[in-house]
Design a protein around this ligand. Sequence first.
Ligand code: NAP
Length: 475
Amino acid sequence: MEQIKNLSLLSSLCENVNSAIAVHNPATGDVLGYVPSHNREAIEKVIEKAETAQKSWAKTTAKLRAEILSRWYQLIMDNQEDLARIMTLEQGKPLAESRGEVAYGASFVQWFAEEGKRAYGETIPTPLTDRRIMTIRQPVGVAAAITPWNFPIAMITRKAVPALAAGCSFIGKPAAQTPLSAYAVAELARQAGLPEGLLAIVTSSDAVMVGELFCSSPKIQKISFTGSTHVGRILMRQSAESVKRVSMELGGNAPFIVFDDADIDAAVKGALASKFRNAGQTCVCANRFYVHDSVYDEFVAKFAAEVSKLSVGNGLDDGITIGPLIDDNAKKKVQTLVNDAVAQGANITAGGDDLGGQFFAPTVLTHVEHNMSIVKEEIFGPIAPVIRFHDDASLIDMANDTEYGLASYFYSKDINRIFAVAEALDYGMVGVNEGIISTEVAPFGGVKQSGIGREGARQGLDEYLNTKYICIGGM
Ligand code: NAP
Protein backbone atom coordinates (compact mmCIF):
# COMPACT_ATOMS: atom_id res chain seq x y z
CA MET A 1 0.00 0.00 0.00
CA GLU A 2 1.13 3.55 -0.82
CA GLN A 3 3.92 5.07 1.28
CA ILE A 4 3.30 3.35 4.62
CA LYS A 5 6.68 3.32 6.39
CA ASN A 6 5.75 1.05 9.31
CA LEU A 7 4.58 -1.99 7.38
CA SER A 8 3.93 -3.94 10.59
CA LEU A 9 0.74 -1.84 10.80
CA LEU A 10 -0.58 -3.76 7.81
CA SER A 11 0.19 -7.26 9.11
CA SER A 12 -3.55 -8.06 9.08
CA LEU A 13 -3.63 -8.00 5.26
CA CYS A 14 -3.96 -11.54 4.02
CA GLU A 15 -2.92 -13.20 0.76
CA ASN A 16 -5.67 -15.77 0.73
CA VAL A 17 -8.56 -13.89 -0.84
CA ASN A 18 -10.96 -16.80 -0.44
CA SER A 19 -13.26 -16.19 2.51
CA ALA A 20 -11.64 -12.77 3.03
CA ILE A 21 -13.07 -9.25 3.11
CA ALA A 22 -11.96 -6.86 0.35
CA VAL A 23 -11.16 -3.37 1.60
CA HIS A 24 -11.86 -0.63 -0.96
CA ASN A 25 -10.64 2.92 -1.39
CA PRO A 26 -13.90 4.93 -1.60
CA ALA A 27 -12.15 7.68 -3.60
CA THR A 28 -11.07 5.39 -6.45
CA GLY A 29 -12.97 2.12 -6.03
CA ASP A 30 -9.62 0.25 -5.98
CA VAL A 31 -9.18 -2.78 -3.74
CA LEU A 32 -6.55 -1.92 -1.12
CA GLY A 33 -6.20 -5.48 0.17
CA TYR A 34 -7.98 -8.23 2.04
CA VAL A 35 -8.47 -8.96 5.73
CA PRO A 36 -9.59 -12.29 7.19
CA SER A 37 -13.26 -13.13 7.56
CA HIS A 38 -13.32 -14.99 10.87
CA ASN A 39 -15.86 -17.74 11.28
CA ARG A 40 -17.77 -18.61 14.46
CA GLU A 41 -15.20 -21.14 15.69
CA ALA A 42 -12.31 -18.69 15.26
CA ILE A 43 -14.19 -15.99 17.19
CA GLU A 44 -15.11 -18.44 19.96
CA LYS A 45 -11.39 -19.15 20.40
CA VAL A 46 -10.69 -15.41 20.63
CA ILE A 47 -13.37 -15.10 23.33
CA GLU A 48 -11.85 -17.99 25.31
CA LYS A 49 -8.40 -16.38 25.15
CA ALA A 50 -9.87 -13.05 26.23
CA GLU A 51 -11.52 -14.70 29.22
CA THR A 52 -8.26 -16.34 30.36
CA ALA A 53 -6.18 -13.21 29.78
CA GLN A 54 -8.67 -11.02 31.67
CA LYS A 55 -8.35 -13.02 34.88
CA SER A 56 -4.60 -12.28 35.15
CA TRP A 57 -4.97 -8.70 33.91
CA ALA A 58 -7.54 -7.89 36.60
CA LYS A 59 -4.95 -8.83 39.22
CA THR A 60 -2.35 -6.35 37.93
CA THR A 61 -2.09 -2.88 39.41
CA ALA A 62 -3.72 0.12 37.76
CA LYS A 63 -0.23 1.65 37.70
CA LEU A 64 1.17 -1.15 35.56
CA ARG A 65 -1.82 -1.00 33.23
CA ALA A 66 -1.31 2.76 32.92
CA GLU A 67 2.36 2.30 31.98
CA ILE A 68 1.51 -0.09 29.14
CA LEU A 69 -1.36 2.10 27.91
CA SER A 70 0.87 5.19 27.99
CA ARG A 71 3.39 3.41 25.78
CA TRP A 72 0.53 2.58 23.42
CA TYR A 73 -0.45 6.26 23.31
CA GLN A 74 3.10 7.24 22.42
CA LEU A 75 3.34 4.63 19.66
CA ILE A 76 0.07 5.82 18.11
CA MET A 77 1.37 9.39 18.04
CA ASP A 78 4.77 8.25 16.71
CA ASN A 79 2.91 6.53 13.84
CA GLN A 80 0.35 9.29 13.31
CA GLU A 81 1.24 9.87 9.67
CA ASP A 82 1.08 6.19 8.66
CA LEU A 83 -2.17 5.65 10.56
CA ALA A 84 -3.65 8.76 8.93
CA ARG A 85 -2.76 7.53 5.45
CA ILE A 86 -4.29 4.12 6.10
CA MET A 87 -7.44 5.83 7.37
CA THR A 88 -7.77 8.13 4.37
CA LEU A 89 -7.18 5.24 1.99
CA GLU A 90 -9.94 3.06 3.44
CA GLN A 91 -12.37 5.69 4.75
CA GLY A 92 -11.87 8.63 2.37
CA LYS A 93 -11.68 11.56 4.80
CA PRO A 94 -9.09 14.27 3.97
CA LEU A 95 -5.61 13.53 5.31
CA ALA A 96 -5.71 16.51 7.71
CA GLU A 97 -8.91 15.11 9.24
CA SER A 98 -7.36 11.65 9.50
CA ARG A 99 -4.37 13.11 11.35
CA GLY A 100 -6.86 14.83 13.64
CA GLU A 101 -8.72 11.58 14.25
CA VAL A 102 -5.51 9.70 15.08
CA ALA A 103 -4.72 12.35 17.70
CA TYR A 104 -8.33 12.29 18.95
CA GLY A 105 -8.28 8.46 19.16
CA ALA A 106 -4.94 8.61 20.98
CA SER A 107 -6.30 11.17 23.44
CA PHE A 108 -8.62 8.49 24.86
CA VAL A 109 -5.62 6.20 25.37
CA GLN A 110 -3.76 8.88 27.28
CA TRP A 111 -6.83 9.95 29.29
CA PHE A 112 -7.93 6.47 30.38
CA ALA A 113 -4.36 5.34 31.10
CA GLU A 114 -4.50 7.93 33.89
CA GLU A 115 -8.18 7.60 34.77
CA GLY A 116 -7.83 3.85 35.43
CA LYS A 117 -5.85 4.79 38.57
CA ARG A 118 -8.91 6.60 39.92
CA ALA A 119 -11.41 3.73 40.01
CA TYR A 120 -12.18 4.67 43.61
CA GLY A 121 -14.59 2.89 45.91
CA GLU A 122 -16.20 4.44 49.03
CA THR A 123 -16.42 3.96 52.74
CA ILE A 124 -19.96 4.66 53.89
CA PRO A 125 -20.99 5.82 57.38
CA THR A 126 -22.61 2.84 59.06
CA PRO A 127 -26.10 2.83 60.63
CA LEU A 128 -25.04 -0.01 63.02
CA THR A 129 -21.98 0.32 65.28
CA ASP A 130 -20.80 -3.29 64.81
CA ARG A 131 -20.55 -2.98 61.05
CA ARG A 132 -18.29 -1.31 58.51
CA ILE A 133 -19.58 -0.62 55.02
CA MET A 134 -17.59 -0.03 51.89
CA THR A 135 -17.64 -0.39 48.10
CA ILE A 136 -14.94 -1.47 45.70
CA ARG A 137 -14.95 -1.18 41.88
CA GLN A 138 -14.10 -4.24 39.84
CA PRO A 139 -13.76 -4.87 36.09
CA VAL A 140 -16.89 -6.29 34.43
CA GLY A 141 -14.87 -9.02 32.67
CA VAL A 142 -14.67 -9.52 28.91
CA ALA A 143 -16.02 -6.58 26.91
CA ALA A 144 -16.97 -6.87 23.23
CA ALA A 145 -17.61 -3.97 20.87
CA ILE A 146 -18.97 -3.39 17.37
CA THR A 147 -17.97 -0.13 15.70
CA PRO A 148 -18.84 1.88 12.55
CA TRP A 149 -16.71 3.08 9.63
CA ASN A 150 -16.92 6.85 10.13
CA PHE A 151 -14.28 7.08 12.91
CA PRO A 152 -12.22 3.92 12.37
CA ILE A 153 -9.71 4.54 15.20
CA ALA A 154 -11.47 6.75 17.74
CA MET A 155 -14.53 4.47 18.00
CA ILE A 156 -12.19 1.59 18.91
CA THR A 157 -9.97 3.42 21.44
CA ARG A 158 -12.91 5.20 23.11
CA LYS A 159 -14.16 1.74 24.13
CA ALA A 160 -11.04 -0.43 24.31
CA VAL A 161 -8.96 1.79 26.58
CA PRO A 162 -11.45 2.36 29.42
CA ALA A 163 -12.07 -1.40 29.30
CA LEU A 164 -8.37 -2.24 29.52
CA ALA A 165 -7.66 0.46 32.11
CA ALA A 166 -10.46 -0.95 34.28
CA GLY A 167 -8.97 -4.47 34.09
CA CYS A 168 -11.22 -5.94 31.37
CA SER A 169 -10.16 -7.63 28.17
CA PHE A 170 -11.57 -6.31 24.90
CA ILE A 171 -12.68 -7.77 21.57
CA GLY A 172 -13.56 -5.31 18.80
CA LYS A 173 -15.34 -5.88 15.51
CA PRO A 174 -14.78 -2.87 13.22
CA ALA A 175 -17.00 -2.11 10.23
CA ALA A 176 -16.27 -4.17 7.11
CA GLN A 177 -15.34 -0.97 5.20
CA THR A 178 -12.58 0.16 7.61
CA PRO A 179 -10.86 -2.79 9.34
CA LEU A 180 -7.26 -1.76 8.57
CA SER A 181 -7.15 1.18 10.98
CA ALA A 182 -8.48 -1.01 13.80
CA TYR A 183 -5.92 -3.74 13.14
CA ALA A 184 -3.15 -1.13 12.90
CA VAL A 185 -3.86 0.44 16.32
CA ALA A 186 -4.19 -3.03 17.85
CA GLU A 187 -0.75 -3.95 16.43
CA LEU A 188 0.67 -0.90 18.21
CA ALA A 189 -0.89 -2.07 21.49
CA ARG A 190 0.97 -5.37 21.02
CA GLN A 191 4.21 -3.47 20.39
CA ALA A 192 3.55 -1.45 23.57
CA GLY A 193 3.67 -4.67 25.56
CA LEU A 194 -0.03 -5.38 26.12
CA PRO A 195 -0.18 -9.09 27.05
CA GLU A 196 -1.66 -11.45 24.45
CA GLY A 197 -5.38 -12.09 24.43
CA LEU A 198 -6.37 -8.78 26.04
CA LEU A 199 -7.08 -6.83 22.88
CA ALA A 200 -8.36 -8.68 19.84
CA ILE A 201 -9.79 -7.43 16.56
CA VAL A 202 -12.09 -9.77 14.68
CA THR A 203 -13.46 -9.20 11.20
CA SER A 204 -16.22 -11.03 9.43
CA SER A 205 -18.35 -10.75 6.33
CA ASP A 206 -21.21 -11.99 8.57
CA ALA A 207 -21.83 -9.14 11.05
CA VAL A 208 -25.11 -10.74 12.12
CA MET A 209 -23.29 -13.89 13.27
CA VAL A 210 -20.74 -11.82 15.22
CA GLY A 211 -23.47 -9.79 16.91
CA GLU A 212 -25.41 -12.92 17.91
CA LEU A 213 -22.26 -14.61 19.21
CA PHE A 214 -21.14 -11.58 21.26
CA CYS A 215 -24.60 -11.08 22.74
CA SER A 216 -25.22 -14.74 23.59
CA SER A 217 -21.77 -15.75 24.86
CA PRO A 218 -21.78 -16.31 28.63
CA LYS A 219 -18.05 -15.47 28.62
CA ILE A 220 -18.76 -11.86 27.53
CA GLN A 221 -20.18 -9.55 30.20
CA LYS A 222 -20.41 -6.27 28.34
CA ILE A 223 -21.50 -5.14 24.85
CA SER A 224 -20.56 -1.71 23.60
CA PHE A 225 -21.92 -0.60 20.23
CA THR A 226 -21.58 2.48 18.07
CA GLY A 227 -23.67 2.59 14.93
CA SER A 228 -27.23 2.95 13.74
CA THR A 229 -30.22 2.96 16.08
CA HIS A 230 -31.67 0.08 14.02
CA VAL A 231 -28.72 -2.24 14.76
CA GLY A 232 -28.50 -0.97 18.35
CA ARG A 233 -32.07 -2.16 18.96
CA ILE A 234 -31.20 -5.61 17.57
CA LEU A 235 -28.15 -5.92 19.85
CA MET A 236 -30.15 -4.79 22.90
CA ARG A 237 -32.82 -7.40 22.16
CA GLN A 238 -30.18 -10.10 21.74
CA SER A 239 -28.41 -9.06 24.95
CA ALA A 240 -31.59 -9.31 26.98
CA GLU A 241 -31.46 -13.10 27.10
CA SER A 242 -28.19 -13.10 29.07
CA VAL A 243 -28.89 -9.74 30.77
CA LYS A 244 -25.65 -8.17 29.57
CA ARG A 245 -24.52 -4.70 30.36
CA VAL A 246 -24.81 -2.57 27.23
CA SER A 247 -23.55 0.81 26.08
CA MET A 248 -25.16 2.20 22.95
CA GLU A 249 -23.89 5.16 20.92
CA LEU A 250 -26.50 5.41 18.18
CA GLY A 251 -27.79 7.78 15.53
CA GLY A 252 -28.41 11.50 15.81
CA ASN A 253 -30.38 14.33 14.21
CA ALA A 254 -28.63 17.43 15.55
CA PRO A 255 -30.36 20.81 15.30
CA PHE A 256 -28.09 23.83 14.73
CA ILE A 257 -29.87 27.01 15.82
CA VAL A 258 -28.90 30.59 15.02
CA PHE A 259 -30.75 33.14 17.19
CA ASP A 260 -31.31 36.79 16.26
CA ASP A 261 -28.58 37.92 18.70
CA ALA A 262 -25.94 35.47 17.41
CA ASP A 263 -22.50 36.42 16.12
CA ILE A 264 -23.27 35.44 12.52
CA ASP A 265 -19.65 35.04 11.41
CA ALA A 266 -18.97 32.71 14.35
CA ALA A 267 -22.16 30.78 13.55
CA VAL A 268 -21.10 30.34 9.92
CA LYS A 269 -17.68 29.07 11.03
CA GLY A 270 -19.26 26.65 13.52
CA ALA A 271 -21.84 25.50 10.96
CA LEU A 272 -19.13 24.65 8.42
CA ALA A 273 -17.12 22.65 10.94
CA SER A 274 -20.12 20.88 12.41
CA LYS A 275 -21.82 20.03 9.10
CA PHE A 276 -19.01 19.22 6.69
CA ARG A 277 -16.40 17.38 8.76
CA ASN A 278 -16.02 13.84 7.38
CA ALA A 279 -18.27 14.87 4.44
CA GLY A 280 -21.19 15.13 6.87
CA GLN A 281 -20.84 11.51 7.96
CA THR A 282 -20.74 11.91 11.73
CA CYS A 283 -23.38 11.15 14.31
CA VAL A 284 -22.95 14.64 15.85
CA CYS A 285 -23.08 16.50 12.51
CA ALA A 286 -25.53 19.37 12.35
CA ASN A 287 -28.40 17.71 10.47
CA ARG A 288 -30.81 20.67 10.21
CA PHE A 289 -30.34 24.41 10.61
CA TYR A 290 -32.94 26.71 12.21
CA VAL A 291 -32.14 30.38 11.61
CA HIS A 292 -34.14 33.31 12.98
CA ASP A 293 -36.08 35.27 10.37
CA SER A 294 -34.21 38.52 11.11
CA VAL A 295 -30.73 37.02 10.40
CA TYR A 296 -31.75 34.32 7.89
CA ASP A 297 -30.67 36.13 4.71
CA GLU A 298 -27.32 37.24 6.14
CA PHE A 299 -26.54 33.76 7.51
CA VAL A 300 -27.53 31.96 4.29
CA ALA A 301 -25.52 34.34 2.07
CA LYS A 302 -22.35 33.99 4.15
CA PHE A 303 -22.78 30.24 4.73
CA ALA A 304 -23.44 29.43 1.05
CA ALA A 305 -20.40 31.52 0.03
CA GLU A 306 -18.15 29.50 2.37
CA VAL A 307 -19.67 26.17 1.33
CA SER A 308 -18.95 26.97 -2.32
CA LYS A 309 -15.24 27.29 -1.44
CA LEU A 310 -15.01 23.71 -0.09
CA SER A 311 -12.89 21.48 -2.26
CA VAL A 312 -14.10 17.95 -3.10
CA GLY A 313 -11.77 15.10 -4.09
CA ASN A 314 -9.42 12.31 -3.06
CA GLY A 315 -8.53 12.88 0.59
CA LEU A 316 -4.85 12.19 -0.12
CA ASP A 317 -4.60 15.21 -2.43
CA ASP A 318 -3.48 18.62 -1.13
CA GLY A 319 -6.18 21.14 -0.29
CA ILE A 320 -9.11 18.68 -0.31
CA THR A 321 -11.69 19.44 2.37
CA ILE A 322 -14.47 17.01 1.40
CA GLY A 323 -13.76 13.38 0.55
CA PRO A 324 -16.02 10.74 -0.99
CA LEU A 325 -19.06 9.24 0.69
CA ILE A 326 -18.42 5.78 2.08
CA ASP A 327 -20.32 3.83 -0.59
CA ASP A 328 -22.89 4.01 -3.40
CA ASN A 329 -25.81 3.54 -1.03
CA ALA A 330 -24.73 6.57 1.00
CA LYS A 331 -24.67 8.69 -2.16
CA LYS A 332 -28.04 7.39 -3.35
CA LYS A 333 -29.57 8.23 0.04
CA VAL A 334 -28.24 11.80 -0.11
CA GLN A 335 -29.47 12.27 -3.68
CA THR A 336 -32.92 10.92 -2.81
CA LEU A 337 -33.26 13.28 0.17
CA VAL A 338 -32.19 16.29 -1.92
CA ASN A 339 -34.59 15.35 -4.75
CA ASP A 340 -37.44 14.91 -2.29
CA ALA A 341 -36.77 18.30 -0.62
CA VAL A 342 -36.57 20.08 -4.00
CA ALA A 343 -39.79 18.40 -5.17
CA GLN A 344 -41.48 19.81 -2.07
CA GLY A 345 -40.28 23.36 -2.68
CA ALA A 346 -36.70 23.61 -1.33
CA ASN A 347 -34.14 25.70 -3.27
CA ILE A 348 -30.57 24.63 -3.96
CA THR A 349 -28.55 27.68 -2.86
CA ALA A 350 -25.11 26.02 -3.14
CA GLY A 351 -23.88 22.73 -4.60
CA GLY A 352 -26.50 20.10 -5.30
CA ASP A 353 -24.48 18.15 -7.86
CA ASP A 354 -23.57 14.51 -8.13
CA LEU A 355 -19.84 14.78 -8.89
CA GLY A 356 -19.42 11.17 -10.10
CA GLY A 357 -17.93 8.20 -8.27
CA GLN A 358 -18.85 8.46 -4.61
CA PHE A 359 -18.53 12.25 -4.53
CA PHE A 360 -21.39 14.66 -3.84
CA ALA A 361 -21.06 18.44 -3.78
CA PRO A 362 -21.46 20.19 -0.41
CA THR A 363 -24.95 21.62 -0.62
CA VAL A 364 -27.06 24.29 1.05
CA LEU A 365 -30.85 23.96 0.75
CA THR A 366 -33.12 26.90 1.61
CA HIS A 367 -36.93 27.25 1.82
CA VAL A 368 -36.85 24.01 3.78
CA GLU A 369 -39.84 23.07 5.96
CA HIS A 370 -39.64 21.21 9.25
CA ASN A 371 -41.78 18.29 8.00
CA MET A 372 -39.53 17.32 5.04
CA SER A 373 -37.72 13.94 5.10
CA ILE A 374 -34.35 15.70 4.93
CA VAL A 375 -35.15 17.27 8.32
CA LYS A 376 -36.59 14.12 9.89
CA GLU A 377 -33.90 11.63 8.78
CA GLU A 378 -30.20 11.38 9.59
CA ILE A 379 -28.66 12.66 6.31
CA PHE A 380 -25.09 11.38 6.81
CA GLY A 381 -23.84 13.47 3.88
CA PRO A 382 -22.72 17.02 3.00
CA ILE A 383 -26.19 18.61 2.82
CA ALA A 384 -27.29 21.54 4.98
CA PRO A 385 -31.07 22.17 5.01
CA VAL A 386 -31.88 25.64 6.41
CA ILE A 387 -35.27 26.43 8.00
CA ARG A 388 -36.55 29.90 8.92
CA PHE A 389 -38.00 30.32 12.43
CA HIS A 390 -39.84 33.18 14.14
CA ASP A 391 -40.19 32.52 17.89
CA ASP A 392 -38.22 30.63 20.56
CA ALA A 393 -41.11 28.51 21.89
CA SER A 394 -42.02 26.85 18.58
CA LEU A 395 -38.31 26.52 17.81
CA ILE A 396 -37.66 24.37 20.90
CA ASP A 397 -40.62 22.14 19.99
CA MET A 398 -39.22 21.67 16.47
CA ALA A 399 -35.67 21.07 17.74
CA ASN A 400 -36.89 18.35 20.13
CA ASP A 401 -39.30 16.80 17.61
CA THR A 402 -37.21 13.68 16.87
CA GLU A 403 -36.62 10.21 18.27
CA TYR A 404 -32.93 11.12 18.53
CA GLY A 405 -31.17 13.04 21.30
CA LEU A 406 -27.41 13.05 20.69
CA ALA A 407 -25.86 16.47 19.91
CA SER A 408 -27.40 19.93 19.47
CA TYR A 409 -25.92 23.37 18.82
CA PHE A 410 -27.00 26.97 19.12
CA TYR A 411 -25.54 30.45 18.76
CA SER A 412 -26.61 33.31 21.03
CA LYS A 413 -24.94 36.03 23.10
CA ASP A 414 -27.72 36.35 25.69
CA ILE A 415 -26.76 34.56 28.93
CA ASN A 416 -30.38 34.09 30.03
CA ARG A 417 -31.30 32.53 26.71
CA ILE A 418 -28.14 30.40 26.77
CA PHE A 419 -29.17 28.71 30.04
CA ALA A 420 -32.87 28.46 29.12
CA VAL A 421 -32.21 26.85 25.72
CA ALA A 422 -29.37 24.57 26.90
CA GLU A 423 -31.69 23.22 29.61
CA ALA A 424 -34.70 22.87 27.27
CA LEU A 425 -32.93 20.95 24.52
CA ASP A 426 -33.62 17.24 24.92
CA TYR A 427 -30.10 16.10 23.98
CA GLY A 428 -27.13 14.43 25.66
CA MET A 429 -24.79 17.18 24.43
CA VAL A 430 -25.23 20.89 23.73
CA GLY A 431 -22.69 23.08 21.95
CA VAL A 432 -23.21 26.77 22.69
CA ASN A 433 -21.38 29.07 20.27
CA GLU A 434 -19.27 26.05 19.31
CA GLY A 435 -19.66 23.59 16.42
CA ILE A 436 -17.09 20.94 17.45
CA ILE A 437 -17.53 19.70 21.01
CA SER A 438 -16.03 16.19 21.17
CA THR A 439 -13.13 15.80 23.60
CA GLU A 440 -11.82 12.93 25.68
CA VAL A 441 -12.41 14.84 28.94
CA ALA A 442 -16.19 15.30 28.50
CA PRO A 443 -18.92 12.62 28.60
CA PHE A 444 -20.08 11.81 25.06
CA GLY A 445 -23.48 10.20 24.61
CA GLY A 446 -27.15 10.56 23.90
CA VAL A 447 -30.64 10.40 25.35
CA LYS A 448 -33.85 9.02 23.81
CA GLN A 449 -33.07 6.62 20.92
CA SER A 450 -29.54 7.98 20.51
CA GLY A 451 -28.29 5.63 23.15
CA ILE A 452 -27.41 4.56 26.64
CA GLY A 453 -24.18 5.24 28.52
CA ARG A 454 -21.33 7.70 28.13
CA GLU A 455 -17.88 7.51 26.55
CA GLY A 456 -14.83 9.57 27.49
CA ALA A 457 -14.49 11.47 30.77
CA ARG A 458 -14.64 9.76 34.17
CA GLN A 459 -18.09 8.38 33.23
CA GLY A 460 -16.49 6.38 30.39
CA LEU A 461 -14.62 4.23 32.91
CA ASP A 462 -17.83 3.45 34.85
CA GLU A 463 -19.14 1.56 31.81
CA TYR A 464 -16.52 -1.15 32.43
CA LEU A 465 -16.70 -1.38 36.23
CA ASN A 466 -19.05 -3.12 38.64
CA THR A 467 -19.60 -1.68 42.10
CA LYS A 468 -19.33 -4.30 44.85
CA TYR A 469 -20.70 -3.55 48.33
CA ILE A 470 -18.80 -5.18 51.22
CA CYS A 471 -20.31 -5.29 54.70
CA ILE A 472 -18.01 -6.32 57.59
CA GLY A 473 -20.08 -7.32 60.62
CA GLY A 474 -19.43 -8.50 64.19
CA MET A 475 -16.96 -5.71 64.94
P1 NAP B 1 -24.45 0.26 11.20
O1 NAP B 1 -25.02 -0.21 9.92
O2 NAP B 1 -25.27 0.17 12.41
O3 NAP B 1 -23.07 -0.54 11.37
C1 NAP B 1 -22.26 -0.35 12.48
C2 NAP B 1 -21.58 -1.65 12.83
O4 NAP B 1 -22.56 -2.64 13.11
C3 NAP B 1 -20.69 -2.23 11.73
O5 NAP B 1 -19.56 -2.81 12.33
C4 NAP B 1 -21.58 -3.31 11.12
O6 NAP B 1 -20.85 -4.38 10.57
C5 NAP B 1 -22.31 -3.80 12.34
N1 NAP B 1 -23.61 -4.45 12.07
C6 NAP B 1 -24.49 -4.19 11.08
N2 NAP B 1 -25.59 -4.99 11.23
C7 NAP B 1 -25.38 -5.75 12.33
C8 NAP B 1 -26.14 -6.77 13.02
N3 NAP B 1 -27.35 -7.14 12.59
N4 NAP B 1 -25.60 -7.33 14.12
C9 NAP B 1 -24.40 -6.96 14.56
N5 NAP B 1 -23.62 -6.02 13.97
C10 NAP B 1 -24.12 -5.41 12.86
O7 NAP B 1 -24.02 1.78 11.12
P2 NAP B 1 -23.14 2.51 10.02
O8 NAP B 1 -23.96 2.82 8.84
O9 NAP B 1 -21.88 1.77 9.79
O10 NAP B 1 -22.74 3.83 10.83
C11 NAP B 1 -23.52 4.96 10.80
C12 NAP B 1 -24.40 5.05 12.03
O11 NAP B 1 -23.59 5.06 13.21
C13 NAP B 1 -25.17 6.35 12.05
O12 NAP B 1 -26.48 6.14 12.48
C14 NAP B 1 -24.41 7.18 13.09
O13 NAP B 1 -25.18 8.19 13.68
C15 NAP B 1 -23.99 6.13 14.05
N6 NAP B 1 -22.85 6.60 14.86
C16 NAP B 1 -23.08 6.93 16.16
C17 NAP B 1 -22.05 7.41 16.94
C18 NAP B 1 -22.29 7.78 18.37
O14 NAP B 1 -21.30 7.92 19.11
N7 NAP B 1 -23.52 7.93 18.83
C19 NAP B 1 -20.76 7.56 16.40
C20 NAP B 1 -20.56 7.21 15.07
C21 NAP B 1 -21.63 6.72 14.31
P3 NAP B 1 -20.49 -4.47 9.00
O15 NAP B 1 -19.78 -3.22 8.66
O16 NAP B 1 -19.62 -5.66 8.92
O17 NAP B 1 -21.80 -4.62 8.28
